[in-house]
Write a protein that binds this ligand. Structure first.
Ligand code: KG4
Length: 347
């Protein structure tokens, strides 16, 4: 394989990491409140991953305001893309495929990334391949763990989704169970807001729970199948706090994490038994939670190999989208310029 330089500047031969038969994907993520663009090599290596977060803007409203998110994506996307190319030290012409998230997520926010990707695909004449945001979260693990290959069971726990997924192959998924109401991250965020911790609540509850001495007992919900429900525990915490505003918040957070983790663990163990698979992958923003990460590590004692994404790749980012886009691309998926945003896209 021949290493090529794609930019010769003032006779200085810049060392380039791109080899001719490498496949370079430009991942574009704008499904919620992060505008992110990444350059990914062969689905597993990050050449750049620029994330422009709007958390500071939405913090004052206690959650993401969809229209404000869309407007900020519009302002940020060109700048973020330029920076991603600069850091990766490549030009538009070095990109093999453009891979935007096209769902699930906020429709206005998704449309910014999708429209930008379509315009770029037309302008530089490179293929367009849409990516499911959930497949992106799963793919964050391919970047973190170079040896990881399907099949495996994935517990996807994020702000918008909670699912147990059988990943049969890189682009082949079977849903084993899902939340019937709130996503787990949504429950974290709502509880945190009510007890006065602010947005986003997950990381704040994670931190405060560490000061907890005795977790307050909270209800758990189970079904015959592998579905989840978090609305009961969310309401229980909110009611407890309303009845007793002086309740020890650290113990409340610890109790919440105890109960949530137990529900996640029991269903995951059931899924592993049902599928006879002994590889488990965690994914999504809530997989950054210290308590959950530690609890799942214990499954290793039962002969389960447990993979967790790098902390930096748990929450929304375009690197994971570029990785999933690469696997879609090599599987032969291509999209037309009529690609649309699908807010409730399923895996
Ligand atoms: O994956 P993500 O960025 O968004 C979706 O794709 O939906 O996840 C964001 C969610 C938020 O609800 C946030 O509170 C939660 O992940 N989160 C956490 C932690 N870090 C982020 N929840 C619990 N503990 C954390 N350390």
């Amino acid at each position: 394989m021949k290493e090529i330089s794609l930019n010769v500047n003032c006779n200085i031969w810049k060392e380039r990491k791109v080899i001719m038969n490498d496949i370079i994907t430009l991942g574009i993520e704008s499904s919620c409140d992060e505008t992110s663009v990444a350059v990914i090599k062969n689905g597993r290596e990050i050449l750049s991953n620029v994330i422009d977060s709007q958390i500071k803007i939405h913090e004052q409203y206690g959650g993401v305001v969809p229209e404000i998110a869309s407007r900020n994506h519009i302002q940020a996307i060109s700048r973020v893309t330029k920076k991603a190319l600069e850091i990766a030290n490549i030009t538009f012409q070095d990109i093999d495929v453009i891979t935007p998230t096209y769902g699930p997520g906020l429709v206005g926010a998704l449309l910014v990334g999708v429209s930008y990707a379509k315009a770029l695909s037309f302008a530089i004449n490179k293929p367009l391949v849409g990516v499911n945001h959930i497949a992106g979260h799963i793919a964050a693990n391919y970047i973190t763990h170079k040896e990881l290959q399907p099949p495996f069971v994935c517990l996807l726990i994020s702000g918008g989704n909670t699912q147990l997924v059988l990943v049969k192959d890189y682009t082949e998924f079977e849903m084993l169970g899902k939340t019937r109401d709130d996503a787990i991250g949504e429950a974290f965020d709502k509880v945190a807001r009510v007890v006065g911790l602010g947005y986003p609540g997950g990381p704040k509850m994670d931190k405060l729970a560490k000061d907890g001495k005795e977790g307050i007992e909270l209800p758990r919900t189970y079904f015959e199948n592998l579905d989840f429900s978090f609305s009961g525990i969310k309401t229980a915490v909110i009611n407890l706090h309303h009845k007793n505003p002086d309740i020890n918040k650290a113990d409340l957070c610890l109790g919440f994490e105890n109960a949530i983790t137990e529900m996640l663990l029991k269903n995951t163990q059931k899924a592993l038994k049902q599928t006879q698979i002994n590889t488990l992958v965690l994914a999504g923003g809530v997989s950054a939670n210290c308590y959950i990460r530690k609890a799942f590590e214990k499954l290793e004692n039962e002969g389960i190999k447990v993979y967790k994404p790098d902390l930096a790749l748990c929450t929304d980012n375009a690197a994971m989208i570029g990785s999933a886009g690469y696997y879609n691309y090599i599987a032969g998926k291509r999209d037309e310029l009529s690609l649309n945003a699908i807010p409730n896209l399923k895996l």
